[in-house]
Design a protein. Structure first.
Length: 274
């Protein structure tokens, strides 16, 4: 019963989005216009105060939730497609309007609908179909039915591979799996390419960039000295570490190495096991 209700709710939301698509288009246009105005440089004469130019007051735009809700309903209505928005925006939309957990028994999976797996991976439906075990998101069999909504890698991480249908953001780098080189979109709005094109085939939309530098390997951690290797009279400072009989100790109070200070004589007083 619960699954039937979820299916009916998803269909009802699509029908409602189609009936109100013109309203959502107007809402999206308004939010974009207000945001554009909010970020337009203020030409009002500035006032000099104590030799400094007073900064103009900030112009707040509309909350992004309004734009995401409008975009989500336009996706449901089929007015815009998954390739019109970046993956980060699509993930935000899924959080705003909701998405269904994928299951082989979930019934119809609708075009532009976002589903998620138990590991938190999100996918957007590229082709409406009836869910089944053979078309599990992320599988080779479902490559034309779902596309993973990926996150940009962090600093020092390998750039993502190019995939058809993704709106690659301006400034993002993708590796072309066909020639192994790296490219970034030319246009500020980003670039979406569809099969059979690859970035190297459309130099008017992408520019080749140098491969990101690999992060410097971290120096291996220095092994603490062995108690037996240190001479008698060695001065231990707070924070020093040493090993003795496969156990590691950290100094918590300065002391001198002598036969009578060997662990566990001063355990908890001059050093602790770590």
């Amino acid at each position: 019963m619960e699954k039937s209700l979820a299916q009916a709710r998803a269909l009802r939301e699509i029908e409602r989005a189609m009936d109100t698509a013109d309203i959502w288009e107007a809402i999206l246009a308004i939010t974009e216009a207000v945001d554009a105005l909010a970020y337009t440089p203020d030409t009002t004469p500035q006032v000099e105060t104590f030799g400094l130019m007073a900064a103009p007051p900030a112009r707040p735009g509309l909350a992004p939730i309004f734009a995401r809700r409008a975009q989500g309903n336009l996706l449901r209505a089929g007015v815009i497609g998954a390739g019109d928005l970046t993956d980060s925006v699509l993930r935000e939309i899924a959080n705003v309007i909701g998405s269904r957990p994928w299951a082989a028994t979930m019934g119809p999976v609708y075009l532009n609908e976002t589903v998620y797996q138990p590991d938190g991976t999100f996918y957007i439906c590229l082709q409406q179909h009836m869910a089944n075990a053979q078309l599990k998101p992320g599988s080779e069999e479902a490559i034309r039915h779902f596309r993973e909504l990926r996150q940009e890698p962090g600093d020092g991480e390998r750039p993502l591979d190019f995939v058809w249908g993704e709106r690659v953001p301006f400034g993002a780098i993708r590796r072309d799996p066909e020639d192994g080189k790296y490219y970034t979109p030319i246009y500020e709005q980003g670039v979406t390419l569809y099969e059979p094109h690859h970035p190297h085939l459309v130099p008017g939309e992408h520019t080749e960039v140098e491969p990101p530098a690999a992060p410097e390997p971290e120096a291996p951690a220095e092994e603490p000295p062995r108690w037996a290797d240190l001479p008698d009279g060695h001065e231990f400072a707070v924070g020093d570490c040493f090993t003795d009989y496969s156990k590691t100790y950290m100094v918590i109070s300065a002391f001198t190495k002598e036969a009578q200070t060997r662990p566990p004589a001063l355990l908890g007083e001059a050093y602790k096991q770590v």
